[in-house]
Design a protein around this ligand. Structure first.
Ligand SMILES: Cc1cc2nc3c(=O)[nH]c(=O)nc-3n(C[C@H](O)[C@H](O)[C@H](O)COP(=O)(O)OP(=O)(O)OC[C@H]3O[C@@H](n4cnc5c(N)ncnc54)[C@H](O)[C@@H]3O)c2cc1C
Length: 239
């Protein structure tokens, strides 16, 4: 069985492998969209719409997993490699955290110190001036618009909020763009039922499951192709 997962049905994906697996009594780990853009509530999407097309390097985190990659604002929510990667770890109801200034600070307290230093060094600059040196203007506007005036006039409580928003921006996705847009399917035929050397079903001689229909999911970067080819080679050699 090498009929893949169920991502992108338009390209011919079907659940055929899962149906055959079930017919032989094999366990299917619930298939879920992975490497997929994340969606947000209408209010957040409306606020972010102005940023559609803007890309920024960030560290995206969920649980104890982080990826330093580009983030892309879209008309529907967030995409780009950082979001696709973290989507494979995110589950409904959980938050993701974004550090949009990873070169400057690793967390909000480090960024607060940096902002306080900027306030000393460039008291007459506005927050937007500072952020425009780093970000695209639309993104600088998004974060700086509530804080007009000189840095010198911004109280520490505002600097704390800004530091938090930029380095520990916490968002709760409402979902993903689903199998229609997912680059891979997480879940699939449970690996416990398969030989790790040949991918043959342990108690069904002659039946093999390889590639994406199996519950093996890789990061972005060629790991899913690698798994599909490597598992095919293993099964092919065994046959
Ligand atoms: C847009 C996109 C971009 C991707 N980019 C990358 C990347 O850059 N790097 C990477 O490593 N991975 C990437 N992937 C994932 C990668 O393509 C898959 O993990 C890999 O192709 C899985 O190989 P497979 O042979 O198991 O399944 P597939 O390549 O999905 O092949 C399964 C085949 O079975 C056919 N099929 C399904 N049902 C039936 C049926 N009932 N009867 C007959 N035929 C059937 C399908 O039409 C398909 O041709 C990407 C996926 C997508 C969708």
């Amino acid at each position: 069985m090498a009929t893949g997962g169920i991502s992108i049905p338009k390209m011919g994906a079907t659940d055929f492998a899962y149906r055959v697996a079930r017919q032989f009594g094999l366990q299917i780990i619930e298939p879920r969209p992975a490497l997929v853009p994340l969606t947000f509530d209408p209010e957040t999407v409306a606020a972010m719409k102005k940023l559609a097309g803007v890309s920024v390097e960030c560290i995206a985190s969920c649980h104890n997993t982080s990826f330093r990659e580009n983030l892309l604002f879209t008309h529907r929510g967030l995409s780009g490699p950082a979001i696709l990667q973290i989507s494979s770890y995110w589950q409904k109801g959980e938050v993701i955290t974004l550090n949009l200034l990873p070169d400057i600070a690793s967390d909000a307290s480090a960024l607060l110190r940096w902002l306080q230093q900027q306030k000393q060094d460039r008291p007459k600059a506005s927050l937007k001036n500072i952020l425009t040196d780093i970000f695209a203007e639309r993104l600088a506007d998004y974060f700086a618009s509530p804080y007009t005036g000189n840095l010198a006039d911004l109280p520490n409580t505002h600097l704390q909020k800004i530091a938090h928003n930029l380095s520990e921006w916490t968002l709760t996705p409402t979902g993903t763009e689903g199998f229609k847009k997912a680059e891979v399917t997480k879940g699939g035929v449970c690996t416990n039922a398969l030989s790790s050397k040949t991918l043959e079903v342990k108690d069904q001689k002659g039946l093999y499951f390889i590639g994406e229909c199996v519950d093996v999911t890789g990061w972005l970067g060629g790991y899913n192709f690698q798994w599909a080819w490597a598992s095919a080679a293993a099964a092919g050699q065994a046959l």
